[in-house]
Design a protein around this ligand. Sequence first.
Ligand code: DAH
Length: 338
Amino acid sequence: MIDKIKEHINKVNLFKTVDPKEINSFRIKYLGKKGLLNKFFKFFKDVSGKEKKSFGRELNLLKKAVNEKIKTLQALAESFDEASTDLDLHRPGYHSGIGSRHPLSIVKNRIVSIFSQIGFNLSEGPEIEDDWHNFTALNLPEHHPARDMQDTFFLRKNPDILLRTHTSSVQVRYMENNSPPIRILSPGRVFRNESISARSHCIFHQVEGLYINTQVSFADMKQTLLYFTEALFGKSKIRFRPSYFPFTEPSAEVDIYWGLETETDYRITKGTGWLEIMGCGMVDPNVLSNCGIDSKKYSGYAFGMGIERIAMLLYQINDIRTFFENDIRFLKQFSSTV
Ligand code: DAH
């Protein structure tokens, strides 16, 4: 009989399950009223005197083994149950969305890459400017009426410190510190005290270009800008309309022929087929001398364009505010490798 008990101790030790039902039948089998342990205890009374001691010891070992086994299996079953509600190896992984580039960055990068192919280098300047770099050096002395063309956010008056109203200020900084030949492209954020609407914003982005060398002509500028519009828009018909900027003489506005194929073409070109995309001109000799460049020896051209405007044309976006709201549903529509 002792051997039988030992056999059960072995069995109990080897028993394994996480199924609560099986644990319960195991418990009933050993600890139930009609269970094995009760049977053995009943038998204990009839065991002969000399065997009683070792029989009793084995019986207690079995009881202990059964109780411990039930405890461990129940704990195991519980934790397995908790884990299994979470652990589904067939479930697809959690999707953590990959960001996309902002449309303004995409357009800016494209513009930069087009000009860098013909030798333009990047040059950036500060967003907080002084009066000299934003206005005076660019042939816009105090009280010049053209200052009203751009409503300015002033940070301090006398001496004037302001948020730059255009990236043309970077031209001045670069010319002051470098000598020709100069071929730079300056993208950046600009600020104007304007009310916000679908068409205009108080913060926007520009790209400024500047080329200074000996014998630079208006024809050079036309050719460069034609190369650019072909590369960016795939449109090869452009026109130069006479215009006025204090820092260039002569000045022009560049229009591209967009076409009149769709209803949208009619709407955005106001029925003309033409779209204005930038300002440009031959750098005024006054600006060259203000920046310490010999205007008798050197000449050059400059141009400036709004990145939002170009992005709106390329992506057919009709509200400038969408660029700044950072609505993820808007942003995730853009993807790019640049
Ligand atoms: N600074 C002008 C603006 O903000 C844009 C511009 C026009 C820049 C003509 C130029 C230029 O360099 O030559 O409206």
